[in-house]
Write a protein that binds this ligand. Structure first.
Ligand code: GAR
Length: 209
């Protein structure tokens, strides 16, 4: 990539796509110097595909195959080839609800990021906002991290805190965490696109921070 070419994002999501929208809006506002090259989903009816198509972006449903929580081998190959074809520099997981494994991780080593709705390493896995509420923590938040072979375990790029209020329900807390996600994720992707982020062991260092 030379200095003139924009950073190319491949966005993967399974849900409504509010994080994708936040990133797409930040790109449109000139806050993130990148292009969304392709949006992929394992859910045919996912809002994220609709949101991408509304913006005239390439958006594909790719069937995940026979497993419930991961992609099967054929699906993995199809995702990797769609992302390679789109020449992506970075894969942005935005509510993609399957764990990525083997060949996928090897194909894009160090170039996959995820957003998780808790302050990792607390509450990895599903419904992290509910885990936080059930545990009784007073502060939670969201984390953007590199993806490694574990579940929500890769080096942390950025975090934003969110208070847990006495009258919070799962829905109100998740809503407040999502507002924080919509600030944090575009800011992290912007820094990655500017090549300002480097990994030293488990620590992610931001230049100019
Ligand atoms: C986000 O809150 C994201 O943190 C969560 O899914 C939601 C997707 O929302 N991801 C995970 O829980 C991954 N473990 P969106 O489709 O509106 O962006």
């Amino acid at each position: 990539m030379n200095g003139e070419e924009k950073f190319r994002l491949g966005v993967l999501g399974s849900g409504k796509g509010s994080n994708f929208v936040a990133i797409a809006d930040a790109i449109a506002a000139g806050e993130v110097r990148a292009d969304v090259a392709v949006v992929l989903s394992d859910v045919e009816s996912a809002g994220i595909l609709e949101q991408a198509r509304t913006r005239n972006l390439l958006a594909h449903f790719i069937a995940p195959g026979k497993f419930r929580t991961k992609l099967d081998e054929d699906a993995e190959r199809a995702y990797v080839s769609a992302l390679c074809e789109a020449k992506v520099d970075l894969i942005v997981l935005a509510g993609f609800m399957r764990v990525l494994k083997g060949d996928f991780l090897r194909a894009f080593e160090g170039r996959i990021v995820n957003i998780h709705p808790s302050l990792l390493p607390s509450f990895p896995g599903l419904e992290a906002w509910k885990q936080a509420l059930d545990h009784g923590v007073k502060v939670t938040g969201c984390t953007v991290h590199f993806v490694d072979a574990g579940v929500d375990s890769g080096p942390i790029i950025g975090q934003q805190t969110v208070p847990v209020l006495d009258d919070d329900t799962s829905a109100t807390l998740h809503g407040r965490i999502q507002q924080a996600e919509h600030e944090l994720y575009p800011a992290c992707v912007a820094a990655l696109a500017r090549r300002e982020v480097s990994v030293q062991g488990r620590r992610v260092i931001w230049r100019n921070h």
